[in-house]
Design a protein around this ligand. Structure first.
Ligand code: ACO
Length: 423
């Protein structure tokens, strides 16, 4: 077998060092022992593995995504979001008994404290962005559950995980209802997780709101697809704040704040705005030509990690068809299909390995289901909570060090303070 090491020669001294390759990486600690004065410079962590993780496997070259070893295609076809959440958190699919108790726990933790809604959420300005409200409300939960600070107690950890996953849809729907001036709808514990969310979103005066089963299933599939994606920006925020041993609500709020950023949770919104600007099929070639000349990007295309078709995008495209059968076709669909067709046969996109990502079609589905654009990042945060929690538990169980990167200082050398009247 080939020697699993890398040899480095320090040309300043002529010294050579053998550094072992383990699981496809080299431990920076081995490097540091050999060359303590030389740091890796890796802004944006393009070539840095910041942790070991057994949760999600992603191969961007081959377009593979697996949660705990299970292909995303199988989970999207056969599982439910709550089952997937259990899998991400516990490493195994639940037995029937475990499933029953997990569903029971989530179902009976969906209510939020009245003060969260009445005093906190209703204190926002009338036009507050629902994602801003959600980020703040999640952080505020830490003040309601003081036992959340007991992060080394597995029982307490489990309690917070259940609370967070269960209450996220309630907070999300409450933020939406407030932002459109509609009264809050209490959770309906007789409904499934996605059906209950749709009820809290859309119920008006009917005694029970039953969303169309195809839409409930479509939302559940989208939740599965968004449940985890290994070390993305928000999960990295979760891990970074979690590594300081902050309580899970505060760490989760930090993760959600990262997701609020348009580069992370806002791409599907950008897709809808782009389709709106293009306006009609005839304008597609001119738009593509403009992108190739550097005038903007084809939103929903390209990915930092996937250099082939994002496996989630293929599933979302199929779900879109099922949703449009119920809601009627989103008028932007034809423009999106034409864009995809043109881009996938154009050397500019092919040579750069730019393919549709998960966001290319998800916004069209959410829009057809009636969600306002501002809710798109919120719809992402609800299921990603399972992933954030799974990474948080993994981090604590690994007894990870506090995240504290180094820097290459490029500022001024030492200089003397100048009093204000002499500047
Ligand atoms: N449209 C046109 N050209 C593009 C696009 C695009 N969507 N994406 C990348 N390129 C081009 C770049 O101009 C660059 O070309 P060059 O080599 O001639 O300079 C090349 O492809 C490489 O692009 P980078 O920006 O270096 O790729 P990076 O990995 O940093 O960016 C990103 C990935 C941010 C996702 C990018 O593809 C993009 O901006 N896509 C559009 C926004 C989007 O859909 N984001 C959602 C990502 S999925 C998610 O977060 C859930």
């Amino acid at each position: 077998m080939a020697d699993e090491t890398i040899t480095i020669t320090d040309n300043r001294s002529g010294e050579r060092f053998d550094i072992p390759i383990v699981d496809g990486g080299i431990a920076a600690s081995s490097w540091r022992k050999a060359l303590p004065d030389v740091l890796f410079f890796d802004p944006g962590y393009l070539s840095t593995a910041a942790c070991e993780s057994a949760i999600t496997y992603l191969d961007g070259e081959e377009g593979i995504l697996r949660y705990r070893g299970y292909p995303i295609e199988q989970l999207a076809e056969r599982s439910t979001y709550l089952e997937v959440a259990y899998l991400l958190l516990n490493g195994e699919l639940p037995t029937p008994a475990q499933n029953e108790s997990w569903l029971h726990d989530i179902t009976y933790h969906t209510f939020i404290h009245e003060n969260v809604r009445k005093r906190f959420l209703e204190g926002f300005h009338y036009d507050a962005h629902p994602m801003g409200m959600l980020v703040s409300a999640v952080a505020a939960l830490s003040t309601f559950y003081l036992d959340a600070k007991e992060i080394h107690d597995p029982e307490s950890r489990q309690k917070q995980i259940v609370r967070l996953i269960a209450k996220m849809p309630t907070l999300a729907a409450a933020a939406h209802r407030f932002s459109v001036g509609m009264p809050f709808v209490y959770p309906d514990n007789s409904l499934s997780f996605p059906a209950n969310f749709l009820s809290m979103m859309w119920k008006v005066a009917e005694p029970r709101f039953d969303a169309h089963p195809a839409l409930v299933r479509a939302l559940d599939v989208l939740f599965i697809l968004h449940a985890d994606h290994e070390q993305n920006c928000s999960t990295t925020a979760m891990r970074t704040v979690g590594s300081a041993h902050a309580d899970p609500y505060s760490a989760c709020a930090a993760a959600a704040a990262a997701l609020y950023g348009p580069r992370h949770g806002g791409a599907n919104e950008a897709v809808i705005r782009m389709l709106h600007d293009i306006g009609s099929l005839e304008n597609v070639p001119a738009f593509i030509a403009g992108v190739k000349q550097g005038r903007g990007r084809l939103q929903g295309f390209g990915h930092r990690v996937y250099k082939s078709y994002d496996p989630r995008a293929a599933i979302v495209k199929k779900v879109a068809g099922e949703v449009f059968e119920v809601t009627g076709k989103n008028p932007f669909l034809d423009i999106a299909l034409k864009l995809e067709e043109e881009a996938l046969s154009d050397d500019y996109f092919v040579s750069r390995r730019l393919y549709p990502n998960v966001d290319f079609y998800s916004g069209l589905i959410y829009q057809a289901m009636g969600f306002p654009i501002e809710m798109f990042p919120v719809l992402f945060a609800i299921p990603r909570t399972a992933g954030w929690m799974a990474h948080w538990v993994e981090l604590l169980e690994q007894d990870a060090k506090i995240a504290r990167p180094r820097q290459l200082y490029v500022g001024a050398d030492q200089r003397q303070y100048v009093p204000i009247d002499q500047r």
